[in-house]
Design a protein around this ligand. Structure first.
Ligand code: SF4
Length: 287
């Protein structure tokens, strides 16, 4: 009996997702396989993870980083020589971080991954109360430092973050709006080299909606509070703009990111242009 629900184009089961870019319906099982396959290809295409590496996952406890941990734990050859660990940065944001910390601890324990929680020293709430008027700018700078320090102490060779396709497209647009030539021409998704510690983004080709659906179907999605400072970031305005463009013209997010990649390649992997004084937008507003 037809259920009235569109059928998966691959198996005929009830679909849970319409991919408006590729024009196909997928059931839950095929969505999981599709996302895992694309992350595998991203790792391969960009040589993101190398034999013998120790990867530290920046595990905020939100939907992207928990999906990243789950995915890497599943698709990396764990009996091989790549080691996973996780780091959670507690920024000191009352009413927000406690819930995500709990999820991060539970996920790491469930998957048997070494997990470390680090803090800024002075809480972000205290910095804001003392007059810090760009919470996300402050947070981004301190979080990057805390992550880097912890990753180096843990002997990591790369930090993996949960940035998805929407995040990447937003960052490209933010760099344009801020006239940040250096950020705009930076090669993705490996990002800048920081000494011997690379930053990698295995989810950068997966749209946010698909990451969230992946988490729900895999049973790892948690409905968590939003950071109270999120609305103050330029990213929240850019997010509304690019989401609307993606809705009106499916594929816009991918075109923005691929366009930036081509510009970075033409520039030989980054130029020494002017950087914005507001810090790196990659880290900002992405609680
Ligand atoms: Fe930090 Fe993200 Fe909150 Fe901004 S939205 S303050 S970057 S956790």
């Amino acid at each position: 009996m037809p259920t009235g629900t569109p059928a998966c184009d691959l198996c005929g089961q009830d679909a849970v997702f319409l991919d408006r870019v590729r024009g196909c319906h997928l059931c839950g099982d095929h969505l999981l396989r599709d996302v895992e396959g694309r992350v595998r290809r991203t790792l391969w295409d960009y040589h993101l993870i190398r034999p013998g590496e120790r990867i530290a996952i920046a595990l905020s406890g939100g939907k992207d980083s928990t999906a990243l941990l789950h995915l890497l734990r599943k698709i990396l050859p764990l009996s091989g020589d790549v080691t996973l660990s996780a780091i959670t940065v507690d920024e000191g944001i009352a009413g927000y971080r406690d819930a995500t910390l709990e999820v991060a601890r539970e996920m790491a324990a469930r998957l048997g991954v070494e997990h470390r929680v680090v803090s800024f020293g002075e809480s972000l709430d205290a910095m804001v109360a003392a007059g810090g008027d760009h919470p996300c700018g402050l947070c981004g700078i301190h979080r990057r430092r805390a992550l880097r320090r912890a990753a180096m102490e843990m002997g990591a060779t790369a930090v993996a973050t949960g940035h998805n396709l929407n995040d990447e497209a937003q960052t490209v647009v933010m760099n344009c709006l801020r006239g940040d030539v250096r950020g705009f021409t930076r090669p993705q998704p490996g990002g800048p080299r920081e000494g011997d510690l690379r930053r990698i983004k295995p989810l950068f080709r997966i749209p946010e909606k698909e990451v969230a659906l992946y988490g729900m179907i895999a049973g790892i999605f948690h409905d968590l509070p939003e950071c109270p400072y999120a609305g103050t970031a330029l990213r929240s305005e850019v997010r509304r703009m690019v989401d609307r463009l993606e809705y009106l013209r499916p594929g816009t997010l991918g075109r923005i990111v691929r366009g930036q990649e081509e510009v970075a390649a033409l520039c030989g992997g980054g130029v020494q242009g002017r950087a914005s004084r507001d810090g790196d937008p990659e880290e900002q507003g992405k609680g």
